[in-house]
Write a protein that binds this ligand. Structure first.
Ligand code: NAP
Length: 284
């Protein structure tokens, strides 16, 4: 059987670079890595030409504008990448009969629920970043039936900035740390997400939306997350909990996503503490 060609856009970002790390374990796929320099997804002509030149079976879109606070003032660029860019990829996939796998976010939800959000719950984003991500999802849904939208949350990977690295850096610099304890979600190790995406491709599951984070018993606050990071790194710095707002922009207070649908694929979703431990060990 001919090898499937997988294009990974935004390939130097946190998630994109995880695919570069694990690609050699998937010899049945040919990976094409395109960072923002090689392929700017906001450039419709460039996207169309790229798809025409390369025989792409799957496009895994890891390109995104991900600065949640900055998006409020940098709306044009956030929209261009998260909406127009995604629409360009959907159109090119349709044209070339490729399957689009797009990454979205728990931030499409408003956080007013008290039980985990399912794939069929209605999004209602409360910040501009969330709005653009939801609009991106809609662009795909209206253009292309052959798609997967994977919503994830609290992502951390080996490359780039993330909460785990920030806590470790601050623990080295400060005498104590204060972290919010009234925003609840679920962390996701980017390597687990990359593996889930390749699992979906290998098994040709039904198209549609899937939620993927690491498994939690109930819910995790940023404080719980920080506490576990410090414990695993054996840092004894005092950690204080606060209920004051984190960052300037509104964020959902509760964004735990139901993993029921994803669990039915039989993908083994790691527990968040186990996955964090593995990450921290590799990070040392
Ligand atoms: N990080 C989280 O906590 C989180 C949570 C939930 C969902 N997500 C979603 O998960 C996905 C991956 O996030 P991530 O953390 O890996 O993001 P990231 O580290 O910020 O990476 C995004 C990548 O997209 C590239 N990019 C930006 N504009 C582009 C353009 N016009 N054309 C092509 N590439 C472009 C960036 O390249 P340059 O650096 O060169 O601009 C960067 O390499 C995103 O869809 C994000 O919305 C993330």
């Amino acid at each position: 059987m001919a090898k499937k060609t997988l294009l990974v856009t935004g390939s130097d970002g946190q998630l994109g670079s995880e695919f570069q790390e694990i690609a050699s374990y998937y010899p049945d796929f040919t990976f094409l890595f395109a960072n923002s320099k090689r392929l700017d997804i906001t450039d419709q002509q460039a996207v169309s030409d790229f798809f025409e030149t390369n025989n792409i079976d799957y496009c895994i879109n890891c390109a995104a504008y991900t600065q949640v606070d900055q998006a409020e003032t940098d709306q044009e660029l956030a929209y261009a990448v998260n909406v127009t860019g995604v629409a360009n990829l959907a159109a090119a996939c349709k044209e070339q009969n490729a399957i689009l796998i797009h990454i979205s976010t728990d931030f499409v939800f408003d956080g007013s629920q008290t039980r985990p959000y399912t794939e069929t719950d209605s999004p209602n984003p409360i910040n501009y970043y969330g709005k653009t991500k939801y609009l991106g999802e809609q662009e795909i849904a209206k253009t292309l039936s052959n798609h997967y939208i994977i919503r994830t949350s609290w992502l951390y990977g080996k490359k780039g900035a993330n909460f785990v690295k920030t806590i470790l850096r601050l623990a080295a610099e400060k005498e104590n740390l204060t972290v919010v304890n009234n925003q609840f979600g679920a962390p996701t190790n980017a390597e687990d997400l990359a593996k889930f995406i390749l699992y979906l491709i290998q098994n040709s599951f039904d198209f549609g939306i899937y939620h993927l984070s690491n498994r939690t018993e109930n819910q995790v606050s940023w404080y719980d997350f920080a506490k576990e990071i410090l414990k695993l790194q054996k840092k004894t710095i005092p950690l204080l909990a606060t209920n004051q707002k984190f960052g300037g922009v509104a964020r959902p207070n509760y964004s735990v996503m139901s993993l029921e649908k994803t669990t039915r694929t039989n993908f083994r979703i790691s527990h968040w503490k186990k996955s964090l431990e593995k990450y921290i060990k590799s990070y040392e």
